[in-house]
Write a protein that binds this ligand. Sequence first.
Ligand SMILES: [Zn+2]
Length: 325
Amino acid sequence: MIEAPYPWLQRQWRMLINVASQGSLHHASLIAGMPGLGKLELATAFSRALLCERFPEGAPCDTCNRCVLTRRGTHPDLMLLDWIDKATVISVEQIRKLTEKLSLTATYGPYRIAVINKAHSMTTAAANSLLKTLEEPGAGSVIMLIADREAELPATVRSRCQRIVVPTPEKDVALDWLKGQKLSDCEMALDFAQGAPLLARSHIGNLDLARIAAIRSGWVDFVLKDGSPTELAGLTASALSTRVSLTLFLQWTTELIKKLEFSVASGRLTSERHTIDRRYLSQAHIVLQDRMRLDNASLKTQAVLEGALADIRMYRLRIRAENPQ
Ligand SMILES: [Zn+2]
């Protein structure tokens, strides 16, 4: 049987299957949520269910001839669009070819399905080209857009789709799943992945999480107490790589500082004991966000990091001067 690809996608899965069983499936869906939640797998599994010859009278079987074709990726009525080679956009040519194919009559069942991965990266021309099909879909056309950053899609495209949101799963659900994969450091990886289980799994395989966590603690210590900006920036720069970009590291550190800010605001961390001030933490937070925008090849990583640390120190000194204890 074809089922929800991951335990945290049960609700979305049941909703899609119910709607399709009742014959009221919208011709276009937008599956939105952060990366690492299995949105593409959800769309693919659902497409396979729609194309199964036993569905919707029975449950999608995973064994009939059509299911075998979709599993092999050779079913003529299922099209998947994604980045080609080193491209980082979905181009208008790709969309044109897709909509042409979509307009043909289905080979087997009633549906012809197009899944567009990373739809948020469609060029303006690509989005405009897709719009015509979204406005006047052919009979049996089903279009599923997958977007990590749905706000980047034109409103005209979004408004023509049924929106399906995939939220970050409950921590317990994500941890159970990761542990079920026989992985270690699950909690730390999930923290770095901001709760996205598939991203956490990839972090576990690809990153030296303990080292990055130690460096991140170094940043929090610097924010709360002080330290050597040069030393800390050097240590950080040496740990960054193509896998952990400066932007990603600053994002992780920003998240941690945001949590500290929240702890101070909610009284769980008292400013007397830690000599920190909420205004100072929010400044540190802003400094890091500003630096993230600067992340590009023309700037040396070490210089960006040292700059951020120097700014944070300056704000700390200023706030202390304003509030002598
Ligand atoms: Zn089947």
